[in-house]
Design a protein around this ligand. Structure first.
Ligand code: MIG
Length: 663
């Protein structure tokens, strides 16, 4: 059952696709507190668990901390960071009852989940304009399914997007890209995508290509495609202010940029220098911004990533002025400054400052709306701009699109990557924990920067992270300028990398099929063990293993210097050790705890009783995989339903896309 409660005048986020009648009176769960803004409270039992909240730090069970939905560019996040790049206001409380709660409002919102008081959930916001949805069902999975049906079908990318991608902030010239491809092909390490970060552009201007490095861009795209490589360029939120640059000029002329309160264009400094932000919540401006992607798709590009769409701001003229004045004042003083912290604080607070978000306005259906009140929708709007444009442009064809910032609703138009992480083992564990949380919120096409974006990685971290990345729909090695290089060929013993990445391609039919079926059936691809084994107290506490589809359990190694790990089996399962030297046979292990050895080039996978999965001959790229030549591993007598289509089209339900395989 879904109940809806309405407060004030909510902004139409269009996160929800179904019209649920508004209930009056007391909620079926917890209570709404009177007073300013919005406040909801509910008492928990000692052992209730809380799932959800999409992209956030900490574990799968989110209980015991406070999280804030406030999309922020924060690469240096830790266990106590309250907001990341996205805002996903869905939680699932699981205990005697399973209840899903979705707070559909795009301004800042606090989720105190047993933080102030251990037994109390307190969810509140300054904004009193929102819809609250409460979902009751007999188990966690059903709650999620009802929620997912409410918010609409998840985005499905083209099949090539399930290949391996190499990225690094700093690739600039055609030779930089060619080198990546050459190294992979020479070493027979599979590769499908090379990502183009901001340096491919002409002075960081969206929808342009550096004319010096790429005098004939379509020819370069073609050259890459001949090697079965898709180039995936980045698009940033800010449009450079530069007379003569048509995106800037058209945007100003048509009133398609965000403004100040006086309707002049809002200005913020990001990579291109001073920029304006497209007014992405205005449907006309959204269509206008989206139409520029065609400049690159006309050149042969089939996928993009949208960045800086929180939107991230380095500084604005207003904040810069304030800081400069303070600095000047301190220069004029002969004595040590009286407030030593002040300048450092001012400099730090110049970026992503809410004072700026309060100065920024959108124009939606004739109304001027302060950005602060709809902040969490910007990334969603940008993903949607691209998604809607692709749909208009070539309705029959899927394209790759994923963004950094998001709100629930964006999951229908694209995926997300998990933002800037660090080359830390703790962030590898966080990557794992985020998968089911994001799946609950509709985001299926997702993954983290493998081997870590910021800071220097190590060979073993890279391999262990890739071994998790083998399972994530988005499998991309990405790193920051200035950090240790982490393409596989920068390390010793590159055979191990080949072995691990090839496992992805062996599993490709299974992963692709599992992904598409999850999208079509509004289900999760990755589940906490608790969802499948609700009566098992050990399974409920398991935070470093996940159920994959209906068939498998994954148990990545997430600790340095470990030669294996302890795994927990809620029931008997078959261990299939992929990668390695290829000679290890699968074996059945009884329920309970086991220590399994896992070499750096191995990927353990457990198959559930009565199930099997298909394995392909690994190819060098996705189109090289032969879905007619599959081997089943698992339990004798079991069957698997494979989804395999043309990889591009949208006619998913076509009967011939489904095939029953019997072991
Ligand atoms: O301010 O484009 O998260 O993936 O490499 C940093 C440069 C801007 C942030 C993205 C990251 C990307 C980087 N970008």
């Amino acid at each position: 059952m879904i109940y809806r409660y309405r407060f004030g005048r909510p902004f139409p986020t269009e996160a929800v696709m179904r019209d649920i009648p508004v209930s009056q009176g007391e909620p079926v769960y917890g209570s709404f507190e009177p007073g300013q803004g919005f406040s909801f409270k509910v008492r928990m039992d000692a052992r209730d668990a809380i799932y959800g909240l999409g992209e956030n730090v900490r574990g799968i069970n989110k209980r015991g901390f406070e999280y804030i939905s406030d999309a922020s560019d924060d690469p240096f996040h830790y266990e106590t960071t309250r907001s990341l790049y996205g805002a996903h206001n869905f939680i699932l409380v699981s205990g005697e009852r399973s209840v899903g709660l979705f707070f559909d409002q795009p301004a800042r919102m606090t989720f105190d989940l047993g933080y102030s008081k251990q037994d109390t959930i307190h969810i509140y916001s300054e904004s009193g304009n929102l819809d609250v949805y409460m979902i009751e069902a007999e188990c966690e999975e059903k709650v999620v399914r009802e929620f997912r049906q409410l918010i609409g079908r998840s985005y499905i990318p083209p099949r090539f997007a399930f290949g391996y991608g190499q990225s690094r902030w700093g690739y600039k010239t055609p030779e930089d890209f060619r080198e990546v491809v050459r190294e992979h092909r020479q070493a027979h390490v599979p590769l499908d995508m090379v990502y183009m970060d901001i340096d491919y552009m002409d002075h960081f201007k969206d929808f342009t290509v550096d004319p010096v490095n790429f005098p004939d861009f379509p020819a370069f795209v073609k050259e890459m495609k001949e090697q079965h490589i898709q180039l995936v360029p980045i698009i940033d939120a800010g449009v450079k202010i530069e007379p003569g640059y048509d995106v800037y000029e058209e945007g100003v002329e048509q009133g398609f940029f965000c403004t100040y309160e006086d309707d002049s264009c809002f200005t913020a400094c990001v990579w291109p220098g001073y920029t304006h932000f497209p007014d992405i919540l205005n449907p006309l401006a959204r269509a206008w911004f989206g139409s520029y992607y065609k400049r690159l798709t006309d050149a042969g590009i089939e996928g993009f990533w949208n960045d800086m769409c929180e939107p991230a701001i380095f500084f604005t003229p207003e904040e810069l002025k304030k800081t400069r004045a303070a600095m000047k004042e301190s220069l004029d003083l002969d004595e040590p400054v009286s407030q030593p912290q002040r300048i450092a604080d001012l400099v730090r607070s110049m970026s992503n400052n809410h004072a700026d978000y309060r100065r920024m306005f959108h124009h939606v259906n004739g109304e001027r709306i302060c950005h602060e009140d709809v902040h969490n929708l910007f990334g969603y709007g940008m993903t949607r701009a691209a998604g809607e444009a692709f749909e208009r442009d070539e309705p029959e064809k899927r394209r790759l699109m994923f963004s950094r910032s998001s709100y629930i609703g964006a999951h229908r138009y694209g995926g997300i990557w998990m933002g800037d992480n660090m080359s830390w083992w703790s962030h590898l564990r966080m990557n794992l924990a985020m998968l089911p949380s994001l799946n609950m919120c509709g985001f299926l096409y997702t993954g983290a920067d493998l081997a870590g974006f910021g800071a220097d990685t190590t060979r073993d971290l890279a391999l262990r992270w890739l071994a998790l990345g083998v399972f994530t729909p988005l499998m991309r090695n990405h790193s920051c300028n200035g950090t240790r290089r982490q393409e596989f060929y920068r390390f010793e013993g590159t055979d191990d990398f080949r072995t691990v990445i090839r496992v992805r391609y062996q599993l490709l039919p299974y992963l692709y099929s599992t992904f598409v079926k999850a999208a079509l059936e509004d289900r999760m691809m990755f589940k906490p063990l608790a969802f499948d084994y609700p009566g098992d107290p050990i399974a409920r506490e398991c935070e470093d293993q996940l159920m994959l589809g209906d068939e498998c359990m994954i148990t990545p190694v997430v600790q340095q210097n470990a030669f294996g790990r302890v795994v927990y089996l809620p029931e008997e399962m078959m261990l299939v050790m992929l990668g390695g030297d290829g000679t290890k046979a699968s074996r059945i292990l009884p329920a309970g705890h086991h220590y399994i050895e896992v070499e750096l080039n191995e990927v353990p996978l457990f198959v559930r009783p009565g199930k099997c999965i298909p394995l392909a001959e690994p190819g060098e790229y996705v189109d090289d995989i032969d879905a007619e030549d599959l081997t089943l591993v698992g339990y004798v007598g079991s069957t698997y339903e494979l989804f395999w289509d043309d990889g591009y089209g949208k006619n998913y339900e076509k009967e011939t896309n489904f095939r029953i395989m019997k072991m």
